[in-house]
Structures are given as C-alpha cells and as structure tokens.
Design a protein around this ligand. Structure first.
Ligand code: PLP
Length: 458
C-alpha cells in the first residue's frame, strides 16, 4: 500500500520548525533537536507514513487510542456533519444537546447496569481531576470531609496534570514538583520482579494486602479511594495475578473506601471485554475513560459513576461547583457515537475476545517462549508486554534493562515498527481491527527488533 502524502515542506524544514517551537513529552528536547523528530504525515488502517514516505506498522494504536485504526470515513463523516449542525454547545447550567445525550444512552448500554452517570472531559488527565474532586465531594456530602486521601500505586499512570500526577506513582514526575498532600501509594502487583518464592496467587494476595496495611496506617476514616489501572499501562503493561482484584475489592468494601478504575487504556475492548475491570471480574465505583472512546480521532474523556455514587452526588449534593467549557462537546460526542457503534456493530470487540486477541497472545508466547532475552510475555486481547530477562528461570532482570528496551524500540522504528519501551519492558497495543496478517507482521517485526537488540548490545 502506498500513501498519498502531501507535505508542504521538506522533512528537514519540519524538523527545524519542530525544534524551534515544541517541547516534546517525556523526552530530552535538546537531545532530540540534534537528531530531529520523526514527522508522521499519514495514517491508514494500522499503518503510518512519515514525510519521507517510509511506512510503519503502528503497534501502539498511536498512544493506545486508535482502536479502529486510521482513516475511518464514518468517523470523519460524523464529525463533519456535526460541525455543520451544531459545532459547539455545553452542559453548563440548564442546557444540553442531542449528541451528548445520545452518546450517554449508547455508552451506558455497553456498560454493566451498575453505572448510570458521566461527566465528560477532553482527556484522561482531566477525567482524573474530575475524579479527585468528585470523590472529595462525595465524602463531603456524606459528612466525612476528612476522608480525602487517595491511594494509587507506584508506577501507576493517571495523567500529567497536577492532581493526576500526584495520583500516579511515577517517582520521576513527583520529583519535578508533581506531588501533593493527601495522596499515598502502594506497590505494583509485578510478579516477575517482586514475586520472590511465592506462587502468583500468593503474591497477588500479598500485593493487594499492601492496600489494607496502608489504609490502617492512614486511618480508614481518612482514606477516600483506591485508584488503579486494571492492568498497568504506561508503567509496563503489568497484569496482576488472578487473586489480586478480588482481594482489593474486599478490602475497599471492608474499610468503606471507594474503588476507582482507570480504564483510559483498558476500556473499549482492549482486553476483549468492553472494559478491563470486566476482564478481571471486579466492580469499581468509578471508571475513568478516554482514548478508545473516540479512537483518538478527537479529544474526549470522561468519568463514569456507579449508581451508588451518583445517587449521593445528584440526590443529596445540590450544586457541584465544577465545569469544563468543552465537556460533552458535540463534535467529540458525534465521533464517539460513530466509534462505539463501529466497535459494537462490526463485532470488533467480540472478535478481539474470540479470535484476534487469542491469536496475538498465542503467537507472541510461541515466538518468544525460548528467546534468550525474553523472560515473560503478558497480556490479553490486543495488549501485551515482553519482559527482558537475563535468566528466565530465576526471573533475573538485566541491570540495564531500560537501555536494552530503549534500543529495541529504536531498532523497531528502523525496521518500520512502532513499539514502545517502558520501565525495561517492550509493550504493544495494536488497533483492535488488526487482521491475522497484520498481527503476523507485528510479531515478526518485533522479533526482528529483539534479535537485533541482542546482537547489537552484545
Ligand atoms: N490514565 C491512563 C491509564 C493513561 O494511560 C493516560 C494516558 O496515557 C491517562 C490517564 C492520561 O490521559 P491523557 O493523556 O488523555 O490526559
């Protein structure tokens, strides 16, 4: 497949202008400026093209968001129609509009019956800011305003705004002025690294019981909520042992602590279930959503509330002094509707569950079962991680695993594959529409990148 690319400048000109005006996310800008950024100009299906016409397989759905892949005409048409009909209106005070109502009708038809209300945002970070404020408001209405500490997990990621940074557990982000009072963290359920001699099941219970110890240390009367990703995304695609979530849920219920799932990556079919908490079999009080809600075609996120929380916030709360100009934006809502209908009506989520997901997972496990650099493969549906290891049997990690993973990512790009390295692991999350042939290409190119890494770093 060749792409119609219409750059109006040379790659070097774009790179010079990019260097002159941008500070890229999570990268040393000065070092990048010496090499020049990769300028992506076109996307179609699972493939991207840069301004020099080089083709890449996007193994990351952008940033875990393009669930439907690139170039969907139905999403384009939905946005265009809505721009002509009503490009902007809002849910401040007493107004609303048809598209956001239709979106919620559809969204709640896909969610378990336990949920009833939503506040929409522009992003996952904003949705977690809404979470922090809503949780405080909830306990305030219930006459417990001191119950406001939120517990997250080390290496959890919940966004880049101040509240979401404090909620997240990225130490290097906290060190840059990103920590706030009333946030605490417990360890991640990372069996490969921390499991020691325990069975996975025993380790899952031990990791969950860190929450109980933290609640007792802080005083249950002060702890508002536990917030975590069902599987940890940016922090290494860590899948907790099967015993973990049931125990977390028991602890939250026992100590009257809200259980909040960040579904920004896991939501909308990534694991083969509509929501990742369904994959793990627990029932959160709130869900943070974004990314796959619109396949990333237009910014939109949101916070979903359980009926129990909504009853308090709505029936007993009076005014919630909170609002975002673009909450429930009609164009974003129109795109979200088209996106969710495609995921449902084209059977994409059920295909991930029953066909393409198991295909990818089996292929990865077969390909890397005896690879000398890989100690573990984790994942479900269209999300997976490869763990680098010096010795698989003893689960010994490389001391320089971050450098190894970064090198693998770099040679991946060279091989025409977009894959990501995080905390010493390679992670992938292709579009949910990936075919068997595209998944073959993904795994073959990943293998080539890992093999080259082994040769080049010897
Ligand atoms: N929560 C999770 C689990 C995420 O992975 C992300 C982003 O990657 C966010 C929240 C923040 O979302 P956004 O970048 O849209 O603000």
């Amino acid at each position: 497949m060749t792409a119609q690319i219409n750059p109006t400048r040379s790659t070097q000109d774009y790179q010079a202008l990019d260097a002159a005006h941008h500070i890229h996310a999570f990268l040393d800008q000065k070092a990048l400026n010496e090499k020049g950024a990769l300028v992506i100009a076109k996307g179609q299906g699972l493939h991207l093209w840069d301004t020099d016409g080089k083709r890449y397989l996007d193994g990351m759905s952008g940033l875990w968001c393009t669930a439907l892949g690139y170039g969907r005409e139905d999403l384009n048409a939905a946005a265009t129609r809505q721009l002509a009909e009503l490009p902007y209106y809002n849910l401040f005070f007493h107004t609303t509009h048809p598209r956001v109502i239709e979106l919620s009708e559809l969204l709640f038809s896909l969610l378990p019956a336990h949920y009833s209300h939503a506040i929409y945002t522009n992003s996952g970070s904003e949705a977690n800011e809404v979470l922090i404020r809503s949780v405080r408001r909830y306990w305030q209405i219930l006459g417990q305003p001191q119950k406001k500490i939120m517990i997250g997990r080390w290496n959890g990621y919940h966004g880049s705004t101040l509240g979401s940074t404090a909620l997240g557990g990225m130490g290097f982000m906290h060190e840059m002025g990103g920590m706030l009072p009333d946030f605490a963290h417990i360890g991640e359920p990372y069996y490969f690294a921390e499991g020691g001699d325990l069975s996975e099941e025993a380790f899952g219970l031990k990791a969950a019981r860190e929450l109980e110890a933290k609640i007792l240390e802080l005083g249950a009367e002060n702890v508002a909520a536990f917030v975590a990703e069902p599987f940890q995304g940016a922090g290494g695609m860590i899948f907790p042992p099967a015993s973990y979530w049931a125990e977390i849920q028991r602890i939250c219920r026992q100590y009257d602590v809200l259980l909040c799932a960040d579904e920004v990556i896991g939501g909308f079919g990534r694991t083969g279930e509509w929501f990742a908490h369904e994959h793990f079999g627990f029932q959160p009080d709130t869900l943070t959503i974004a990314k796959g809600l619109t396949s990333g075609y237009i910014p939109m996120g949101g916070l979903v509330f359980s009926k129990r929380m909504a009853e308090v916030l709505v029936d007993r709360g009076g005014v919630f002094a909170h609002g975002l100009t673009y909450s429930g934006h009609p164009v974003a809502a129109a795109v979200a509707i088209a996106n969710l209908k495609a995921l449902r009506d084209e059977g994409i989520v059920s295909r991930v569950k029953n066909d393409t997901g198991p295909y990818l997972q089996k292929l990865l496990r077969e390909t890397f079962a005896n690879h000398p650099l890989i100690g573990d493969v984790q994942g479900a549906g269209m999300v997976a991680a490869l763990q680098f290891a010096e010795d698989k049997a003893s689960r010994k990690r490389f001391a320089n695993e971050n450098d190894i993973a970064w090198h693998c990512r770099t040679v991946g790009f060279d091989e025409g594959l977009i894959i990501r390295s995080t905390l010493g692991r390679m992670i992938m999350a292709p579009a949910l529409v990936a075919t068997h042939a595209e998944l073959d290409e993904l795994v073959e190119k990943t293998k080539r990148a890992v093999d080259r890494t082994g040769r080049e770093l010897k």
